[in-house]
Design a protein around this ligand. Sequence first.
Ligand SMILES: Nc1ncnc2c1ncn2[C@@H]1O[C@H](COP(=O)(O)OP(=O)(O)OP(=O)(O)O)[C@@H](O)[C@H]1O
Ligand SMILES: [Mg+2]
Length: 278
Amino acid sequence: MTRRIVVTNAKGGVGKTTTVLTLAAGLEVAGRQRARPWRILVIDADRQAHATLILTGRNDFGRDGSLAGLIESDLYDGSELERRVVPSTWSPNIHVLPADRALAKTDEHLILLPRNEYRLSEPVAAVQHRYDWILIDTSPTWTGLSVCALMAADEVLIPLDLRYLGLQGLVRMVDDLLELRRAYRHEHLFILGVLVTKFDGRLKGMEESLRSLRDSSMSSLLFKTIVPENVDIDYAQRRHLDIFSYNPRAAAAIAYAQALVEVVERGRMTRDVREATT
Ligand SMILES: Nc1ncnc2c1ncn2[C@@H]1O[C@H](COP(=O)(O)OP(=O)(O)OP(=O)(O)O)[C@@H](O)[C@H]1O
Ligand SMILES: [Mg+2]
């Protein structure tokens, strides 16, 4: 069964894109051990197109070659998505549905389009049998396009930078997600978990924020793995590389490899819950 994970957080710079890219790279490596390697589709739903640039070396796909054109198209059968998917430079097993800055306009007009919330989920449903993992990167502001992204996924992963958002902020964001799930009748959407990223224990208040999170009602959502602040992430991205290829011994590479195991394990749990309750 294809796992469809959207990575989101209404705050900017918290590690959403890094998490998508690193999971894609890690899953690709893990998937090579299998009789049939895992195939991964990264959908870039952020107009900044950072994931697109790092994965393909380009960010000039334009309206027609990117998610923007797909969202504006009235054909939901998957052909419009397939026509826009490009190979990544990282691996033949990682494909990309690129973003483009044209997404800003698309997002503005989205409200006027009929059946707007299904404009990504339906094409994704039509092609998902070709992939084992579909990872969706989102922008830091929640807009109509974020709703499209959430509708196209079954699981939400929230990267959390404790500098910007503490327990209260997280509780509010989870509430908003659950409200969205109700409003759009997307009952199958599960919160896969909260991954603390860019953690720096030397910063005042960070340890304390983490402790209060671990003592709260949110603790069951919290990944055991904590991703540390690590400059190698930045160095790798500047070279358009994933952290495992750049420096597999980097603290963040080790942490993300552990997080990957949790993603796989937690998915099994959510699937069991889903099967038991539906
Ligand atoms: N664990 C980490 N250690 C150090 N730097 C990191 C780490 N994770 C991400 N970064 C850096 O922080 C910056 C923001 O990360 P990233 O782009 O992943 O966040 P984002 O949530 O996608 O941002 P945006 O909301 O703008 O899309 C980038 O320069 C990235 O290289
Ligand atoms: Mg980003």
